[in-house]
Design a protein around this ligand. Structure first.
Ligand code: AMP
Length: 367
């Protein structure tokens, strides 16, 4: 039996402040889970970045942009089939409505490329249980009783939740991705991808997989509006904690009004320890305005109370998502178009995936 020890590779992680220019023949890859609509964390932490990167004319030549829906990952939580089907449409519509242009990138569903599952198995056989049990996402699910994934005990939790970081590595490595734009909640999973790429290369005496660079988005992790010690998440049972990019201004306003702040009067200040709620709102404003936190605090110096801060953020959100909302409605009515986009995307993705998987099989002796 071959044992592989894995070490986490934390290097190759870059916080981007401007749109990077990629070397020719780079592959930029990222997926989001299709658990319904896209929330503000997904938008600021991933999707707006996909749009910016793939739209930059400097990056058009000879680079491949692959974005899409991690629908196999959605099975880690219980879902009605009809709900998942609807969520897949809503998520792809949200991504396009948020400005990601299917003409400029490959947009597809993970499940439509069977090679993801094939490579997942090869990598699962290289991954230690210890490493997976140290993943913070796993630990937060086991120990967080507010989380929808929480079972009665660790013993009852599904293996899919434990193993999905390996599938995520397979997603990335299947396309020999060089760069992965994600929010900082995904840093540890990207370290795992680099470890697995390195272990595979070592064990099968090749340099087949590049070690993918994490491109951390400029915005810090967006936190729950109700409990700013946790990240904003679709799976949060308290849906007032999470803003979706295609919600009506009235619903967004209601959620922002209910956002946790503090009892400190006067000027607003950024202090994640003593003022986590206010700091989260400042972070969201900084993200929306593409400004630094310091710049944002300075610009908000006219604000003297929480109500003014909340009014301001509602206005910003309304402006940012006015067109998105309308386009989203149009797209969800046009499922024929959405199907066509994903079919074309899958064909292109499959072409790359099957070629790489053939090579993995050759290297591992499976072919
Ligand atoms: P998920 O919805 O968990 O599949 O995440 C999809 C993408 O959104 C990943 O790149 C995450 O890093 C990013 N993301 C998800 N939640 C947040 C959050 N609360 N703050 C920032 N980025 C996030």
């Amino acid at each position: 039996m071959i044992r592989t020890s894995l070490r986490l590779y934390s290097s190759a992680s870059v916080q981007i402040t401007t749109i990077p220019k990629f070397a020719q023949r780079s592959t930029i890859f990222s997926l989001v889970q299709p658990t319904g609509k896209i929330h503000l964390g997904n938008y600021l932490g991933a999707i707006r970045n996909w749009k910016d990167i793939s739209e930059s004319s400097e990056n058009e030549q000879e680079n491949t942009f692959i974005f899409g829906l991690a629908d196999l990952h959605a099975l880690t939580l219980p879902n009605e089939a009809s709900v998942l089907k609807r969520n897949r449409y809503e998520a792809i519509a949200s991504i396009i409505a948020a400005g990601v242009d299917p003409e400029k990138c490959i947009l597809y569903h993970q499940s439509s490329v069977p090679e993801h599952a094939e490579l997942n198995w090869v990598l699962t056989c290289l991954t230690s249980m210890g490493l997976l049990s140290r993943m913070t996402t796993w630990k937060s699910k086991v120990f967080d009783s507010d989380n929808a994934a929480f079972g009665s005990s660790e013993q009852n939790m599904k293996a899919g939740l434990f193993c999905y970081p390996v599938l995520q590595s397979a997603d990335i490595l299947l396309y020999k991705s060089t760069h992965v734009p994600v929010g900082d909640d995904q840093s540890q999973h990207l370290e795992l991808s680099r470890s697995l790429a390195s272990s595979f290369n070592k064990q099968f005496k090749s340099d087949f997989f590049p070690l993918p660079t994490t491109l951390l988005t400029p915005t810090n992790k967006v936190l729950s509006l109700r409990n700013p010690t946790k990240k904003m998440s679709k799976s949060d049972l308290d849906q007032n904690s999470c803003i979706y990019i295609n919600e009506s201004p009235e619903v967004i306003q209601k959620k922002v009004r209910k956002a946790t702040t503090d009892s400190i009067q006067g000027k607003i200040t950024f202090d994640e320890v003593n003022r986590p709620g206010v700091s989260n709102l400042i972070n969201i404003i900084a993200g929306l305005k593409r400004n630094s936190i310091d710049q944002t605090v300075e610009e908000l110096s006219w604000i003297t109370n929480h109500k003014e801060l909340k009014d301001y953020i509602c206005e910003l959100l309304d402006t940012e998502f006015r067109d998105t909302r309308q386009y989203f409605e149009e797209l969800t009515r046009n499922t024929t178009y959405l199907d066509k986009v994903c079919r074309l995307g899958s064909e292109k993705a499959r072409e790359i995936a099957s070629k790489n998987m053939r090579e993995v099989k050759r290297l591992t002796g499976l072919d």
